[in-house]
Design a binder for this molecule. Structure first.
Ligand SMILES: [Mn+2]
Length: 442
């Protein structure tokens, strides 16, 4: 019927999180966490709906308009959710709803309410509380009620972000699944590449593989041939990739809200040129060192320091930077190598592709120390856009952009690469390109 909302994790998983979160809150707190609003693309037409990651994290509820609520009653916490009630007329257009009754049984909460009763119920709870933890800016009706109440509104995200940084076993399974699907999609892209392929055609090959696995992109796929690979957030994907050019593909998918994020770069004709090979081997060496630096107990910045040292040295050795290694690297990792490697080495990965709780705890907190259960990306790159006017790009490397990105789980026994099934050695890649359709059930 399409009305069952089967959750990706067990009730127990959600209940553990809720308890852990609520334990951090002061007495007489009311928690009100709204989900994402529906966004319009054009008249009457909405973007595909995606619930907020906080809602998915706390109770897995993926339908629009919901509000997660928790309050204290005789010293213990009660968890609830407000959902859209059954409404045949609306359901004819928008799809079936499970309603309040369905939410009571299918959502890991103590009680469910209809959104029609929201104002009455929430006003009553506010009268009995001393502070509110809510996320503002997502639900105007809710914001009106809380902001007119004269009760202090605090942000629950600082607590939730710290929790979301460490993934449970169930979450890691979903993320491994997302990583494996995206790895296979990149292999499909390599197999079907040829000189003259359109960036849009490669995008379609990769995204249709996601769809075939009941998944979809976790962000707008980047498919950049030649110079387009040197635009970090290139999205138009509307140019042909010529013989002799590389294509950079940054594409990941989502499984039950959890993202993967992979980048591979390959020559569409199946053979790296000497110059492409020199840069590729350098980026690969940096990427492997970055992964090796992902050790529990190490500070967040250690992977960036590891990749930066190798890239700076390589740029000097190749004669691209005419200066000492020290000058190339810079005292604070801000030397001349940043002309060609402008972004960070990685980010947290989870329900958000750039997941919460990155390099620091909070906005200004201490640097985060890597711990088992964290999942992050390692993605160094080098970019030599021929269009650059700020620096001189050596002719030999002009138009080359290369990034290699894997998803890495921190464990007590060292880093585990969730995307290890996606090839990145030159010989492996060259042997795949242009080999055509693989067995879809492989
Ligand atoms: Mn990334």
């Amino acid at each position: 019927m399409g009305t069952t909302n089967s959750l990706p994790l067990s009730f127990e998983d959600y209940n553990i999180r809720q308890k852990k979160f609520l334990k951090e809150l002061p007495e007489k707190t009311l928690v009100l966490i709204p989900t994402n609003p529906v966004s319009y693309r054009s008249n009457d037409t909405t973007y595909p709906y995606r619930a907020s990651s906080y809602m998915l994290y706390l109770c897995g509820w993926d339908a629009p308009e919901a509000i997660f609520m928790a309050y204290q009653e005789s010293g213990s916490w009660v968890t609830s959710i407000f959902v859209r009630p059954r409404d045949t007329k609306a359901e004819i257009w928008e799809g079936r709803r499970v309603g309040v009754e369905g939410a009571s049984s299918q959502c890991p909460i103590d009680e469910a309410y209809s959104l029609n009763d929201m104002e009455t119920v929430i006003t009553e709870k506010i009268n009995a509380c001393s502070n509110i933890y809510s996320i503002l800016g997502l639900n105007d009706s809710l914001d009106n009620i809380t902001q007119n109440s004269n009760v202090e509104i605090l942000d629950p995200r600082l607590i939730l972000d710290d929790m979301r940084v460490i993934k449970s076993e169930g979450e890691i399974k979903l993320m491994q699944n997302a990583a494996s699907i995206a790895s296979k999609a990149h292999i499909e892209g390599m197999r079907k590449s040829f000189s003259g392929i359109g960036e849009w055609e490669l995008q379609s090959i990769i995204e249709s593989y996601f769809t075939s696995k009941k998944s979809g992109p976790s962000y707008g796929s980047i498919v950049g041939g030649g110079d387009n690979a040197t635009i970090l957030h290139y999205h138009s994907n509307d140019v042909q990739v010529n013989d002799g050019e590389l294509v950079l593909v940054d594409a990941g998918c989502e499984v039950s809200g959890y993202a993967s994020d992979i980048t591979r770069t390959w020559p569409v004709n199946g053979k790296f040129t000497e110059a492409q090979r020199e840069i590729y081997e350098l980026v690969l060496k940096a990427e492997i060192a970055g992964i090796e630096a992902c050790q529990a107990g190490s500070p967040w910045s250690s992977m960036h320091h590891a990749t930066s040292k190798i890239l700076a040295k390589g740029l000097v050795d190749l004669g691209i930077l005419n200066c000492s290694f020290e000058e190339a690297l810079g005292e604070n990792f801000d030397g001349k190598y940043r002309n060609f490697f402008m972004h960070g080495t990685g980010h947290m990965l989870g329900l958000d592709v750039h997941d919460v709780g990155g390099g620091r705890q909070g906005d200004k907190g201490p640097e985060r120390i890597l711990q088992p259960g964290m999942v992050l990306t390692v993605e160094p790159g080098l970019y030599f856009g021929s269009w650059r006017t700020d620096i001189t790009i050596p002719e030999r490397y002009s138009g080359i952009g290369i990034r290699i990105e894997d998803d890495v789980l921190i464990t007590a026994d060292g880093p585990v690469v969730l995307t290890s099934s996606c090839p990145k050695e030159i010989s492996e890649i060259e042997s795949l390109i242009g080999k055509g359709l693989s067995e879809t059930n492989a």
